[in-house]
Design a protein around this ligand. Structure first.
Ligand SMILES: *Cc1c(COP(=O)(O)O)cnc(C)c1O
Length: 366
């Protein structure tokens, strides 16, 4: 049973189109890691991973162990990198054949202890280096520590070393990005020579793939791009929109001049009008900052403003000039332009709009 009629439609053919676009930007030998963390950027991680596995991506990445377990439980067999593993999950990570990012001294030491107690053999792990983001990762100065721990043991094997760009979409930070790339290259060469073998190297996210081809190394990590966005307006046109969010009208009201609509009388009618109530609210990810005329939705192909305050489960829209009735479909967004406008109107970015939608909203295939 599902009580909300609001659905997020996923267009699999757009995912394929977008993946193919990124493939066309790469040397055929460069591997592709698809980032499907945060429920596949708010879509559905299992649907995304099943689609992308058929399209033969080389790797998946998730943020936390449970996201990887969900993929394994639905039969995904492609290697899965866990970007932000937690100490208490390391054992379950191994039980599910997930591959941890060992990003700190504490994480590396604890994993090696566990590997010893589980008698692991060449278990695949990944080492992250911090080249400027100052979020997760070893510093260049830790190379000796890392390699001393990893040499001459066969409990784990380093499958990849990687780093993350700070501002790959920002032309104004080009110098900083180039400096990060140089740092990463130098880390890779001293790491590899001390380790004695050469793991896969990867550095670029979506906008890095397009702006810094020199960061492709052996593998790229594409997330946002698969969903149709690049962070670079001029490059977006190569991609197709994947997600459509739609709902239906619950009730229509005739409002008289001077009456108010919604909590705290956020809206006052300046003339007689018609409003529609929709079953989606801030608990579903429709940000409260989008109320009071900040954005619109589409009814019968016409724009309809959101009026008054966004409620937890509902919003009200102005349908005075739109012939419509209860039960009619309403499109919250069905294009990249509308998602970007919504981001703009809520002072946010595409990433946040994509991942905002709560689990009362059903995910369906287009
Ligand atoms: C989320 C994430 C990505 C994907 O970035 P996009 O800009 O969405 O392509 C890549 N690498 C790391 C480490 C991430 O956390």
């Amino acid at each position: 049973m599902n009580n909300s009629p609001t659905v997020l439609e996923i267009d699999l053919s757009s995912i394929e189109h977008n993946l193919n676009f990124f493939r066309s930007q790469l040397n055929p030998k460069t591997k592709i890691l698809a980032v499907v963390k945060a429920s596949g950027y708010g879509s559905d991680s299992v649907i995304m991973a099943e689609t992308l596995e058929k399209l033969e991506v080389d790797y998946f990445a998730v943020a936390y162990a449970d996201e990887g377990i969900a993929l394994r439980s639905s039969g995904i067999s492609t290697p899965i990198l866990v970007l932000h593993p937690q100490l208490q999950n390391l054992e379950i990570i191994c039980q599910n054949n997930l591959e941890p990012n060992l990003y700190s001294r504490r994480m590396l030491s604890e994993f090696l202890k566990l590997a010893k107690s589980l008698r692991l053999n060449n278990y695949p792990v990944h080492i992250k280096f911090n080249t400027g983001l100052n979020r997760l990762g070893f510093d260049a100065a830790d190379i000796d520590f890392v390699c001393d721990n990893l040499k001459e043991q066969s409990l784990v094997r380093v499958k990849s070393i990687f780093s993350h760009l700070v501002a790959s979409e920002d032309e104004g930070e080009k110098e900083f990005s180039l400096d990060q790339i140089e740092k990463f290259k130098s880390i890779c060469s001293s790491f590899n020579s001390r380790l004695g073998y050469t793991p896969i190297r990867h550095m670029s996210n979506t906008s890095g793939i397009l702006n810094y081809p020199e960061t492709h190394f052996d593998m790229i990590r594409v997330g946002l791009g698969l969903y149709g966005f690049t962070n670079l307006t001029e490059k977006d046109s190569n991609l197709k929109n994947v997600l459509t969010l739609k709902t239906v009208i619950s009730q229509i009201h005739s409002i008289k001049t001077g009456e108010s609509v919604g909590y705290n009388r956020g809206f006052h009618a300046k003339s007689n009008m018609k409003t529609a109530t929709l079953p989606i609210g801030h608990a579903d990810g429709f940000f409260r900052s989008l109320g009071n005329g900040k954005t619109y939705v589409s009814v019968k192909g016409k724009k309809s403003q959101v009026i008054g305050n966004v409620c937890m489960d509902m919003i009200m829209i102005d349908v005075t000039d739109i012939p419509c009735k209860e039960g009619d479909e309403v499109i919250i967004f069905n294009s990249r332009e509308e998602i970007l406008l919504m981001a703009d109107h809520s002072n946010s970015i595409s990433y946040e709009i994509l991942t905002a939608w709560g689990n009362r909203i059903r995910r369906v295939l287009k």
